[in-house]
Design a protein around this ligand. Structure first.
Ligand code: GLN
Length: 380
């Protein structure tokens, strides 16, 4: 393995999902729904395959999907973007993140991330040779420590990565936090890379795209995907929206990472993004019910549960159960209780920051969530 990747092990999600299978444990670890995406989207993919839409797509996306993404983005953020010059289709948001980082960051550039962070950020920043600076978000609110952030930003800072709603904590960045980040970025000429894959799962407050704040569009890459919103995480269709001067970098990297992505799935994604608003309302309602079941269940088991305002994750403090750290707790939970969760230290530069915390997902049917709670009540 190349030196820049030596420290990264098999991803925590892969490790935990294979342990789940090995021990017959209920998997509330890796965030993938155990129910299927909507029929009208699946039918659109089947139709596209039957219609012979099976050769390479245009590199930056089939025109109809670029258009559908721009239309959806206008509804969500109020911003009008050029589907041809400002939208790039990628292989899931993970490739959008990689293309953004590899296309816009030079070796030695400083990039600020908020820990805990989605694991690909650190690995991809390492591939780009970035100098990672980490700001820790701490329970119970996981609020942005603005003064700390201010002192971290310097003339060497090239970008700040934001993820709202936030995996793993379920935190959502508030308008005040985003305003402060925006002023810092404008003052210091810093870019924002914003991962918003859980934007349709914003429960307790309004989702705000950093790019919609005054002066921010020109310095922001906004990333999203189909997977979470349409319960089709295996389709791997994502996108990056950015002004032309940033899109240029993203597309240069994208051209040589994947060149283009699955053609029939892009046709179906265009169809998905034109779903009526009722689809989104229902999705959110369903997830709020699931959240209530899991949060109440975890509280009744005896965890300290932190508020999940968005995403399909909830983070708890496991220390009432007396295990040494989050990894030891998750091992015990799999082997002795039969439930899988994710240790939050896997999302941190310094494992100390996550050692009291574990993440559960509620993107599972009611029966599964209740069965997991039952096991924990009986055996923890
Ligand atoms: N985003 C999903 C999660 O956080 C998993 C993605 C993956 O398996 N790499 O659980």
């Amino acid at each position: 393995v190349a030196k820049r990747l030596e420290k990264f092990k098999t991803t925590i999600f892969t490790q935990m999902s294979s342990l789940a299978i090995k021990h017959g444990a209920i998997n509330l670890g890796q965030g993938f729904p155990n129910f299927d995406g909507p029929d009208f989207v699946k039918e659109a993919a089947i139709q596209a395959i039957r219609d012979g839409k099976n050769q390479y797509a245009r590199g930056h996306g089939i025109p109809d999907l670029n258009l559908a993404i721009a239309e959806r983005f206008k509804k969500d953020s109020g911003l009008v973007v050029d589907p041809e010059k400002e939208v790039t289709v990628t292989c899931g948001c993970t490739e959008a993140i990689a293309a953004t980082i590899l296309g816009l960051i030079n070796p030695g550039d400083e990039v600020i991330v908020f820990a805990p962070f989605y694991d690909s950020y650190e690995a991809t920043l390492s591939m780009a040779g970035a100098n990672i600076k980490c700001i820790t978000l701490r329970p119970p609110e996981f609020a942005v420590p603005i003064e700390e952030l201010k002192s971290a930003v310097s003339k060497n800072t090239r970008a700040i990565m934001i993820n709202t709603p936030h995996n793993p904590t379920g935190k959502m960045f508030t308008r005040e936090e985003l305003d402060s980040i925006a002023s810092l970025c404008i003052e210091n000429d810093v870019l924002v890379f914003s991962d918003e894959v859980y934007d349709k799962l914003a429960f307790d407050m309004e989702h705000i795209s950093p790019t919609s704040l005054p002066g921010m569009f020109e310095r922001t890459v906004t990333m999203n995907s189909l997977g979470k919103t349409f319960s089709l995480t295996g389709w791997k269709i994502g996108w990056a929206i950015a002004p032309p001067h940033l899109t240029w970098g993203v597309r240069q990297a994208h051209s040589f990472l994947t060149f283009a992505n699955s053609t029939p799935m892009q046709w179906a994604t265009a169809e998905a993004l034109r779903a009526p608003e009722s689809y989104y309302v229902e999705l959110k309602r369903d997830y709020m019910e699931k959240r209530a079941i899991l949060v109440e269940g975890l509280e009744s088991v005896g965890f300290k549960v932190f508020p999940s305002r968005g995403t399909y994750f909830v983070v708890v403090d496991h220390t009432p159960f007396g295990l040494e750290n989050d990894v030891a707790f998750c091992e015990y939970l799999i082997k002795e209780v039969g439930v899988v969760a994710i240790p939050v230290s896997a999302f941190c530069l310094d494992p100390e920051d996550g050692k009291n915390l574990v993440r559960f997902t509620f993107c599972k049917d009611e029966g599964t969530l209740k069965a997991a709670v039952k096991r924990m009540k009986e055996k923890l």
